[in-house]
Write a protein of this length. Structure first.
Length: 709
């Protein structure tokens, strides 16, 4: 069995990066069973006295201690620092054996699994992997854990179990790299179904030649008749990846004519239409797309086919393009692509000066009621068309409606700005807004208010009042961890939060998370009660939980060093990761500002010099925030301090943006953003601009001038 990829588990040792420095409080908190030894262990850990900390944590792990589980966990961390792997494994085994429900269980379990793998004791990891797999929160995690479980079973002599797990990875996640790794570990596939599954993995992971070798072998197998449509489809797709477009088109035609009722026929029609379109057979491509919609109207590809027809008609010119949009809105009003397609249609009409027609489109989009963002866009653009049509009084009412009903949308802030400039609206829209950033958003929409509860001590009191269901020991443990500023307070509250649903309790929990610098969790708590408070001051104070000034010292330091608006850094961080330090995207973007390792290595070379770069550094808040701030500064300078272009480049890549800018149509900034062709980037820019505006509306310009406030 080959080594599988490891799941990165960050060891929590740099306490100052996670939480404010521990501060000793009243003597009675130290007298909590095990408390004094636990605090001393943390203090010694902080100064690098690992052996001394182990001694104190072992004392705090006494059976009568309130902190035995956390003390065992910290014993394992200190043991790793002195290279005592056996002690670390023993402490983690004791922790999970004696305290199975500990809040630190998932973290400890993965660290123990990795230690078993690193020391060659993979078989021992199997029961822990089974538990971890049941709690997996993402496809990536499930696939990776499954591979490790297969290795553990194999090491324990369970070859059949291991093979079964590998086939589960192959069948469930064929497009993932883990499936490709699983294929390399299995025995020879003995049935046509298994051979096809392997070919599918190779095809979806762009290993066209390997896929074709298997598929060509299958073609001469007399048992494959029921599988033939799929075999032909994957052969066609593999030929296309090899550049053999005509061979692919011929196979698509064979599927369409010989297997019209198969699930592969819709993909084949769509694929053949794309080939015909690329080779200049425009009429034939239009017919293929039309056939797909007619024959398979419930297919997820049907609305995509209508959009492709619209794109062809757009290039040909004439009104037929709009007819396809009408069909899409009528037949597929709730489909994922309908919102973006109808927005494109309306904005195009607006840009062409057909304001009444554009307004009709946006009114239809509003009637479709596709969700908050769609409705906000529809309302804003309806008002924008009303302005262009000269009805200023009606536009004021419409813009006020955008502000009232879509208060947290980017369009709400645009509406505020436009209301301030309606008297000169014609001159505003007759000049280039790209360099008029201050006119894009109107700030200062609500007065700055001090944070509620300036200390962790004050934050704990309302939380204790709301958590009366906990026994006295549980409350004493939470109070001790919070009041001493220990990182375990965050883990303790995360576990408590899973069973807390009351509005007041979640509000108190949100502020408690905030004061332990668990900003991601504070946002979750606040989001779960958004809109429930109508009375002041809580209605306003909730905004400060939803948009916190996270990591104030780090943000201030990096923003000052590179001249980036700290509110922009916070807005990017909020939308990239919601302030989750361990955030990891499907594209391997890491940490708070979601930096992919390749970019991170380049940025680290610029910031820190040629010293060795490690991907794990991207999960450290200080490193991630500095690299992200440097990157924002780099992009702002590249694009003449244009925030919109810098944000688009941050998400889409500088090269992609520049290629599009060379041929992008002129227009005001609202039009410009809506015409960004990459759906993800367009949404990203609007989300970050919204957060940027909210931050400026909540906090005074000099709020971070001195770092932490």
């Amino acid at each position: 069995m080959k080594n599988s990829k490891r799941i990165l588990i960050s060891t929590v040792l740099a306490l100052t990066l996670l939480i404010a420095p521990a501060r000793l409080v009243a003597a009675e908190t130290e007298e909590a069973p095990g408390g004094k030894a636990f605090l001393e262990g943390h203090r010694l850990q902080g100064v690098g006295d690992w052996r001394g900390s182990i001694e104190r944590f072992r004392a705090a792990a006494d059976v009568y201690s309130l902190f035995a589980d956390y003390a065992l966990y910290q014993t394992a961390q200190s043991a790793l620092q002195i290279g005592d792997t056996d002690l670390s494994i023993s402490a983690l085994e004791d922790l999970l054996g004696m305290h199975p429900d500990t809040p630190v269980g998932a973290r400890a379990r993965m660290e123990l699994i990795n230690l078993y793998f690193n020391t060659g004791d993979k078989a021992k990891a199997a029961p822990y992997l089974e538990t971890a797999l049941r709690g997996a929160k993402s496809t990536r995690e499930s696939a990776s854990l499954s591979l490790m479980l297969a290795e553990a079973y194999a090491a324990a002599g369970g070859a059949a179990k291991a093979e079964s797990i590998l086939w589960r990875v192959i069948n469930n996640w064929p497009s993932r790299a883990e499936a490709l790794e699983a294929v390399e570990k299995i025995d020879e596939p003995g049935t046509p179904q298994k051979m096809l599954a392997v070919a599918k993995v190779y095809s979806e992971n762009k290993k066209a030649r390997k896929a074709l070798d298997i598929l060509e072998e299958l073609m001469i197998d007399p048992r494959v008749a029921p599988l033939m449509p799929e075999i032909l489809l994957y052969m066609a797709q593999s030929f296309a990846r090899e550049g053999k477009k005509q061979a692919a088109a011929d196979l698509y035609t064979e599927i369409i004519s010989d297997y019209p009722k198969s699930s592969s026929a819709t993909t084949a029609l769509f694929g053949r239409a794309g080939h015909r379109r690329a080779t200049g057979m425009t009429s034939e491509a239009l017919e293929d797309y039309a056939q797909l919609v007619e024959r398979y109207p419930t297919s997820y590809m049907a609305p995509q086919a209508l959009r492709e027809r619209a794109k062809i008609f757009e290039k040909l010119g004439g009104p037929d393009e709009y007819g396809e949009y009408e069909k899409m809105l009528a037949a597929y009003p709730k489909h994922d692509i309908t919102y973006t397609t109808v927005m494109y249609w309306g904005v195009k009409l607006y840009q062409a000066g057909e304001y009444a027609e554009a307004q009709r489109v946006f009114e239809k989009l509003a009637a479709a009621d596709l969700g908050y963002d769609s409705n906000a866009d529809a309302a804003f653009w309806t008002a924008k068309c009303t302005i262009a049509l000269g009805n200023t009084n009606l536009a004021k009412i419409q813009l006020a409606g955008v502000i009232k009903w879509f208060d947290e949308s980017s369009q709400s802030f645009r509406a505020r700005s436009m209301l301030k400039t309606l008297a000169g609206v014609q001159s505003l829209y007759s000049r280039d807004e790209m360099s008029e950033w201050e006119k894009f958003f109107a700030f200062s929409t609500r007065p700055f208010a001090e944070y509620e509860n300036a200390s962790a001590e004050a934050a704990y009191v309302p939380l204790e009042n709301e958590l009366g269901r906990l026994d006295r020991q549980a409350l004493d443990r939470l109070a001790f961890l919070m009041l001493n500023g220990l990182p375990e307070a965050k883990w303790e509250m995360e576990q408590i939060s899973r069973s807390v649903s009351g509005t007041n309790a979640r509000y108190a929990l949100g502020w408690a998370f905030f004061h332990t610098q668990a900003y991601n969790e504070s946002i979750k708590a606040a989001s779960s009660i958004r809109g429930r408070f109508k009375e002041e001051p809580r209605a306003t104070r909730l905004w400060y939980l939803l948009y916190p000034v996270a990591y104030p010292d780090l943000v201030h330091e990096s923003s000052s060093k590179y001249g980036v608006d700290p509110m922009l850094s916070l807005a990017v961080m909020r939308e990239e990761s919601h302030f989750s330090e361990e955030s990891l995207s499907a594209s391997d973007a890491c940490g708070l500002m979601q930096i992919i390792p390749r970019t991170g290595e380049w940025l680290a070379g610029k910031v820190y010099g040629p010293a060795g770069f490690d991907r794990a550094l991207l999960f450290r808040p200080d490193v991630n925030i500095e690299l992200g701030s440097f990157y924002l500064d780099y992009l702002l300078k590249k694009f003449d301090n244009n925030v919109v272009l810098a944000l688009a480049a941050y998400n889409w890549g500088e090269g992609n943006l520049r290629r599009w800018l060379d041929k992008s149509p002129p227009g005001d900034l609202d039009v410009f953003i809506e015409r960004i062709p990459a759906d993800e980037t367009r949404r990203y820019v609007k989300k970050v601009l919204r957060s940027y505006a909210v931050y400026h509306s909540l906090y005074p310009p000099d709020h971070l001038a001195g770092g932490a406030n």
